[in-house]
Design a protein around this ligand. Sequence first.
Ligand code: NAD
Length: 330
Amino acid sequence: MNTEEQKRILITGAAGFLGSHLCDRFILEGFHVIGMDNLITGDLRNISHLFKLPNFEFYQHDVSKFVHVPGRLDYVLHFASPASPIDYLRIPIQTLKVGSLGTHNLLGLAKSKSARILVASTSEVYGDPLVSPQSEEYWGNVNPVGPRGVYDEAKRFQEAITMAYHNFHGLETRIVRIFNTYGPRMRLNDGRALPTFIAQALEGENLTVFGDGTQTRSFCYVSDQIEGIYRLLLSDYSLPMNIGNPDEMTMNDMAKEIIALTGNASTVIYEKLPVDDPKQRRPDIEKAKRLLDWTPKINRQEGLQRTIDYYRSLPAEELKQKDFTYYNQR
Ligand code: NAD
């Protein structure tokens, strides 16, 4: 393809779980991909297979500081941010900065390049929701000064400033509200429920459920999430859009299903529920269905099996690095 015609996209958080899958997808679509990451929670191994490609480049940089990218840009995807509670409790100020200052820097960059920008928001903007399922019109129930406030409020600010750039500067913006997503390349020690459960089951240990395990979550397989983001970016819809899988289940059932799929004789043990842990989380995806013609395609069993196979392929000592100290249930 002529380099003049080739679309150029900046992906922040490129070495992370979702960012690395987005790099793969846009490379596959023929884009020139510029990855950016400061590696605070990411891992270069997630994108090491791309380094040999002529249409991939990578900058190690903190996007909370001024961001410069030489040359033309058609799109910006802002995915840099600690995403799991264990991370944002460890680095709360960096979390607030990347959602606020980082977003501001990238909006400025997109404006200067006349690029379209999509920012990664989250179902956490709904907090501990008082309605279920959560549609985009629900304003949320967030405790700004609770331990999760640093993440939730940074993302709410991110949405507000993105809409302000859209309304005031006419910038082309997209906002995806991502619900729990899982799959290969999720860090084993990021404290989230699924990798922890799988690592525990593969190690033949008991699975730790926080609270009584009746709290629910809905998990979306990563390829479905990436497809939804891709479609949203190319759509003309600028208000927030939920992308997730409404297939809701209790943590008890998830733990049992993983035990069954790994074929190990683990059992479930219970620990005290963390502060502000949402009791229920399920996306209303009617808007994505109608406007993007998108629905999740990978069923839970298939997605879990692929994820288990990925973790099985890792060196055995990595399974021991799992960490569920704080918030197992996200
Ligand atoms: P991740 O931790 O795997 O990836 C985030 C990446 O951002 C990491 O590689 C990290 O090093 C990088 N990063 C963090 N701060 C940075 C900074 N200041 N400058 C440059 N790079 C920085 O997390 P993920 O699950 O891939 O999440 C990606 C995005 O999607 C985040 O914005 C997150 O809030 C959002 N999200 C994810 C989920 C999910 O289920 N995975 C759910 C809701 C929202």
